[in-house]
Write a new protein. Structure first.
Ligand SMILES: [Zn+2]
Ligand SMILES: [Zn+2]
Length: 140
């Protein structure tokens, strides 16, 4: 086992998740690709090397990661759920041309509102949409 895989196993164990091969591969995919994939995208890529993998396993694993705070859900579009292994507060920008989702840092303090001081906040999302620099430049 190489070091990277060992680290992933440790991350899973810390969350009391049994580090099965499929779970390790799905976590690795999220951590390495950082592309905010959907269940389908992960399934299509990983089934090539794991023919016994099912969509339901991918879905259930991601749900488990979400509940264990190893991943967060990105719902920038109503009709698609994406997953992100970066669980710290950060914003997402979706390019409406190429569909790429970019991470950007946000100032957590700026996301505070006095009007919500008595509310318990469980999730904060910052979603921007527009055209990324690459698409903007090629369309000129
Ligand atoms: Zn773009
Ligand atoms: Zn992200």
């Amino acid at each position: 086992m190489n070091q990277k895989i060992k680290d992933l196993v440790e991350i899973l164990k810390e969350k009391n998740i049994k580090p099965s091969y499929q779970r390790i591969k799905i976590l690795e995919y999220l951590v390495l690709k950082k592309n905010h994939p959907t269940v389908d995208e992960i399934f299509k890529d990983l089934v090539k090397e794991m023919p016994t993998l099912s969509r339901a396993t991918v879905y259930n694993t991601l749900d488990l990661f979400k509940r264990s705070e190893l991943a967060r859900v990105v719902t920038i579009e109503d009709n698609e759920t994406r997953y992100d292994a970066e669980v710290s507060v950060h914003g997402h920008f979706k390019c409406e041309n190429c569909g790429t989702i970019f991470d950007f840092p946000v100032d957590e303090k700026a996301l505070y509102s006095d009007a919500l001081k008595d509310f318990m906040i469980t999730e904060k999302n910052v979603y921007f949409k527009g055209i990324c620099p690459k698409c903007h430049n090629t369309n000129k």
